[in-house]
Design a protein around this ligand. Structure first.
Ligand SMILES: [Zn+2]
Length: 296
């Protein structure tokens, strides 16, 4: 009797490993899309599975009206990119928020790196990604203030030879379709951005505070629209809020977030299929070393 009893816990202990072993086997078959979650050998497999396509979701830390978190763009872009990569496998780089946000330096919590560091850090990041097998780096932009920086960065890859191609995807909101959008401005922490945040991190949305500040256009600059100045944003939206977050809805957020995820899935697919850019980029670098031989 005593013997039998003492065996029971041992047997339970042994059997408790069986389902665990199955679970572990299942986990290794399903490769994480998160760069930082992969082991070194799983990373090798991830690069193979993604055909060398890696995603760099690009966020920022800046005020988002009175009601959304500083990391709104980072949290949203990672939500969209990670869900997309789950559907169309790609390795997704960890949190990256070292972009252009000089225009919010007067607000608390903004991390605004210098122009030279933004470019240098992004170059070293994509160089290092490529050294690790990411021969196609897809930057998915989550922050409007990066929309000049990223095409410029991509263009300047032609300066000198790189053994990888940089792709930039900079769309976050569908132009039409879905539940009606009633926010005429909707440029920053407005209806769309607040609605999307209700999907990615609803616990961080303080809808009751959305009317505490004004997101109205202050229209203080009297210049024609074809003249650009860096202070334009501050002249119009000094509170770093543009639109009305209080009219956000979960339905709109769901529609827009799904659209964003689907769009990234399509882009990952086309980037994987793209054999023209790597080939012609290589040809271009080679021809650039002896331009006098280039014939029409
Ligand atoms: Zn934003």
């Amino acid at each position: 009797m005593i013997f039998k009893r003492s065996f029971i816990p041992v047997l339970l202990f042994v059997f408790s490993f069986l389902p665990l072993t199955h679970a572990q086997a299942g986990n290794s078959a399903k490769l994480s899309v998160h760069w930082e979650e992969l082991t070194a050998s799983d990373f090798r497999e991830g690069i193979q599975r993604s055909q060398g396509t890696c995603v760099l979701p690009f966020g920022i830390l800046e005020k988002h009206g009175p009601h959304l978190p500083l990391g709104t763009d980072l949290l949203d872009v990672r939500h969209a990119a990670l869900h997309a990569a789950e559907q169309e496998y790609a390795v997704v780089f960890p949190e990256y928020y070292f972009g252009q946000i000089a225009e919010a330096k007067h607000e608390p919590g903004t991390m605004a790196y210098s122009r030279s560091l933004q470019l240098a850090l992004l170059q070293e990041t994509t160089d290092e990604m490529a050294r690790n097998g990411c021969k196609k780096v897809l930057i998915v932009n989550g922050h409007g203030g990066n929309s000049s920086l990223l095409p410029y960065f991509a263009q300047t890859q032609l300066d000198k030879p790189h053994d990888y191609v940089v792709y930039v995807f900079d769309e976050r909101t569908p132009q039409q379709g879905g539940p009606p959008k009633t926010d005429a401005l909707d440029m920053h922490a407005g209806q769309s951005e607040t609605s999307k945040m209700m999907i990615s991190r609803p616990d961080l949305v303080h809808l009751d505070r959305a009317k505490n500040e004004s997101g109205a256009d202050q229209k203080r600059q009297k210049l024609s629209e074809d003249v650009y100045t860096g202070i334009w944003w501050y002249t119009r939206f000094p509170f770093h809020y543009s639109g009305d977050g209080s009219i956000a809805t979960k339905q709109l957020g769901e529609y827009q977030m799904n659209w964003w995820i689907d769009s990234i899935v399509k882009v990952i697919k086309t980037v994987k299929e793209d054999d023209v850019s790597p080939k012609l980029q290589k040809e271009f670098y080679e021809k650039s070393t002896h331009p006098l031989d280039t014939q029409p």
